[in-house]
Design a protein around this ligand. Sequence first.
Ligand code: ADP
Length: 162
Amino acid sequence: MRRAIYPGSFDPITKGHLDVIKRAATLFDELVVAVAFNMQKQTLFPADERVALIEEAVAGESNIRVTRFEGLLVNFARDQEASVVVRGLRAISDFEFEFQMALMNRKLEPAIETVFLTPREEYTYLSSRIVKEVARLGGNIEAFVPVSVASALRARFARAES
Ligand code: ADP
């Protein structure tokens, strides 16, 4: 049984993340999408809402589980009996940070391997940050995020304006 973890902030999930999730789910027996809960990091959506939005986007996929986690990723991976951490690589700009994280995690837990996946070309420019920025300014974000995320973003920013 090969279990992999895909950790991230997912604030909120985009079609780029979803593309990575679907690819990873074909490579491993089970994929745990792990939503990082970090008191220090300000997010637009609380962790439970980020989990719910991902659950809605992957509904019906039997080997994908969504959960939140706190603390050190390698400890969480050990608890989950996962041997692989999946991360997405969009461009060279991701590389330095991802490389550093992968090597640090290997130092902390040599038994866990980091695997990098690249999304479809059309999603390589997507990030949660840019989607939030477009949504905040009233732009159309339907092409970049699942339907439920688009409505959650609209609701969030409509509330902010009123
Ligand atoms: P974090 O705060 O951990 O970087 P993110 O939610 O921003 O969390 O990203 C989680 C992972 O998904 C990271 O490895 C990131 O590089 C990757 N990722 C984010 N957006 C995309 C995308 N459009 N295509 C592929 N991978 C992506």
